[in-house]
Design a binder for this molecule. Structure first.
Ligand SMILES: [Zn+2]
Length: 330
């Protein structure tokens, strides 16, 4: 069941879940550990930025909001305050403004490289210029592109995309794998002749297990373009959280959901899983802070989650947004 509004009492009662979340079954409150060092990690995320390079133009209800430049300012501020941070994108960075129509994604990819993304996954619209174009544009950047449930056969994209990546923020190892949505009905088959879609939950199970046991990651993040949730049984982030063990955080996209608070679920072996999504069009930057204690046992627990406005909040056309200020998960 979903739980919203996670209070401090709940959190303290469930500190042991943090230990469970890295594969340890014992309930062992963090404060009982005398040894070990705790590191704060800030995870920043966007999704469905949809070629929004400039802020929304005059005359729009969101005039002045968003834009690469303001996003860069915000990232610089957070990075100057945070010793350890990573920046992720959950897909659909292409399509939505004339920038894509004129330059086929070159501007978006070069911007993402400059903004310092550590990893991104693929959304359905990232194939709007076809697979050759996607490969050409991604070749302009160095950040890893992760997608564990798309297979590209012999196409060059197979060399540019990988299932997962381990991001190191000394001494932390953060495993990030990607999941793409079922292309059927969303991507014209002629644009993706070499793409084979694999069941996302099966792929997730394999990735989460490998990142923990083989790579020894302290934390596992799924970068998902499945979508937050549906009325029917299409695979979604909410389903994933409750179905596949071994994932700590799902950074989602596709449904353009402004989650001013992380959604909290319980996986099949009783561990907490957090789901976040940052709306669309670069109007918000999501940020989740975690404390990761590295010692004899590793323990991780979320500190706070927030959606931060990018651009002039006075002109925000979405009305008051209660997630603008950091909100505690506990
Ligand atoms: Zn999408």
């Amino acid at each position: 069941m979903a739980e919203y509004g996670y209070n401090r009492r709940q959190f303290i009662r469930e500190l042991g879940i943090s230990a469970g979340a890295i594969g340890l079954s014992a309930y062992f409150p963090a404060y009982l550990h005398a040894r070990g060092v705790t590191y704060r990690l800030s995870i920043m995320h966007t999704n469905d930025t949809h070629s929004r390079i400039d802020p929304y133009p005059e005359g729009s209800s969101m005039a002045g909001m968003g834009g690469i430049s303001a996003r860069m300012d915000l990232l610089n501020t957070i990075r100057s305050e945070s010793k350890r941070s990573i920046l992720l994108d959950a897909g659909d960075f292409f399509q939505g403004t004339p920038y894509f129509n004129f330059y086929q994604g070159e501007v978006e990819i070069r911007a993402m490289q400059q903004l310092g993304y550590d990893a991104a996954t693929l959304g359905n619209h990232d194939f709007d210029g076809g697979m050759d174009n996607l490969f050409t544009q991604l070749s302009r950047a160095k950040f890893p592109v992760v997608c564990a449930n798309y297979s590209f056969g012999r196409h060059a994209l197979a060399q540019r995309c990988q299932s997962a990546v381990v991001i190191r923020r000394d001494p932390l190892k953060i495993g990030v794998f990607g999941l793409g949505i079922n292309p059927s009905g969303l991507i014209p088959p002629a644009l993706v002749p070499h793409l084979t879609y694999v069941d996302p939950f099966e792929a997730a199970r394999r990735q989460a297990q490998q990142l923990r046991t083989i790579c020894g990651c302290h934390m596992v993040i799924c970068l998902s373009h499945l979508g937050l949730g549906y009325a029917d049984d299409r695979p979604s982030d909410r389903q994933l959280a409750q179905t596949v063990p071994g994932i700590d955080l799902i950074v989602g996209g596709h449904t353009h959901s402004f989650l001013d608070q992380a959604e909290v679920y319980t996986n099949p072996i009783g561990q907490r899983v957090y789901v976040v999504q940052a709306g669309h069009s670069g109007l918000r930057l999501g940020k989740v802070d975690w404390d990761i204690k590295v010692g004899k046992r590793t323990e991780i627990y979320p500190v706070e989650a927030s959606l931060i406005s990018i651009g002039d909040s006075k002109n925000l056309g979405l009305g008051p947004f209660k997630g603008e200020r950091p909100r505690s998960l506990c």
